[in-house]
Design a protein around this ligand. Structure first.
Ligand code: ADP
Ligand code: MG
Length: 348
């Protein structure tokens, strides 16, 4: 793709030119791939003793992203991480990716190249290989769908439905940053003024545009048999706690003052006169892991944190179903955990 000139258009290179460029930009090299891009289906060697993890995600222009405030590379990165994070939440190893894309013909090929560069950059640390996809024109919006294939030792995947009463609930990293970063980007775009970013804004925007998939943590939790259940934080903490509770038929108590909020999120919330707790509970797309582990593993969980240099914080515990989902506030007051994160097809 580096050979294409900047004047190229999708009209001149066509669908097959685009696919050729993609293949040149991201050539497959794994001995596990018998046939990658180029035939009707990819052929992969199966691995003995392992199970496959397969997950797919859609990104639609204007619902999930807006090229006014993020570059095609940012978009590619976030799409890649959304997929990688699904494998991380199962405790698996990401292996292969399929990328389907529908683009309006007015989009310059270099945007497509940059988009793939973002996906590739997110995948690079994990040696994920591109093995196929599909290409189409689109009337007005960019549409992107990624499918990831991963593997895990047989019967060891972390699921949402194995949390046990008495388990502790943990989250990795800090939460709410991504949503604050998005708010900053959107408000600057709405004001249409060029802006100098403060250090706080730069940090939060980066947390939105460059989230890190917690692959290594997921794998350590599986290898050391520490966790009972896990999910990645894509919808928002409150709603994702709800998914685990529903899946496992349990309740949960979250301690508000235990939630790991970055100093930058607190600073942003002070300035914006919003409640950082609210952003942390409802804001999505942090791509941190939420998992449950029996109390006896607490020290071992902290060791995972030390080894990966990612904070892991106990934020509450799993309760019987009848307890419901409660947020314990400082001072002893309790309230129901809000359950209103973003849902497609629902007006808010
Ligand atoms: P088919 O007509 O069977 O769908 P295509 O011409 O769409 O075949 O695709 C040819 C090859 O290119 C296939 O291996 C497919 O997986 C791959 N491919 C198509 N589009 C993309 C894309 N956007 N990114 C990566 N691989 C792609
Ligand atoms: Mg096709």
């Amino acid at each position: 793709m580096n050979r294409s000139s900047t004047r190229d258009s999708l009209k001149t290179i066509g669908e097959f030119g685009l696919i050729r460029n993609v293949k040149r930009q991201w050539p497959a090299s794994s001995p596990w791939i018998i046939t990658g891009i180029g035939d009707d289906a990819a052929i992969l060697k199966a691995r003995r003793g392992e199970q496959l993890l397969i997950s797919t995600d859609i990104l639609m222009g204007s619902i999930h992203f807006d090229l006014d405030y993020q570059t095609p590379k940012d978009l590619g990165w976030r799409a890649g991480v959304a997929n990688l994070s699904d494998i991380a939440a199962m405790g698996g190893t990401p292996l292969y990716l399929l990328v389907s894309i529908a683009v309006p013909v007015r989009v310059p090929p270099r945007h497509v190249r940059e988009l793939y560069r973002g996906i590739q950059a997110a995948c690079h640390p994990f040696n994920v290989e591109l093995i196929g996809g599909d290409t189409s024109s689109s009337p007005s919006q960019i549409f992107l769908s990624l499918t990831i294939v991963g593997s895990i030792r047989a019967n060891r995947a972390l699921t949402r439905n194995k949390a046990e009463i008495g388990d502790r609930l943990y989250v990795t990293g800090t939460i709410g940053d991504s949503n604050a970063g998005l708010r900053i980007l959107q408000s600057h775009q709405a004001n249409r003024r060029p802006f100098r970013r403060s250090a706080v804004e730069t940090f939060l925007i980066r947390r939105h545009l460059r989230p890190a998939p917690r692959i290594h943590i997921g794998q350590l939790l599986v290898n050391r048999k520490l966790a009972h259940a896990a999910i990645d934080l894509s919808d928002g903490l409150s709603s994702d706690v709800g998914h685990v509770c529903e899946g496992s038929r349990v309740g949960a108590e979250i301690h508000a003052d235990a939630l790991p909020l970055s100093s930058q999120l607190r600073a942003f919330a002070r300035q914006d006169k919003t409640d950082p707790l609210n952003i942390a509970l409802r804001g999505g797309e942090d791509y941190e892991l939420l998992f449950t582990a029996p109390a006896k593993h607490h020290q071992n969980v902290l060791r995972v944190s030390e080894q990966t240099r990612v904070p892991i914080t106990c934020i509450g515990e799993i309760k019987p179903k009848a307890f419901g989902r409660q947020l314990a506030l400082p001072g002893g007051r309790k309230q129901k955990l809000p359950n209103e994160s973003f849902q497609h097809f629902r007006s808010r």
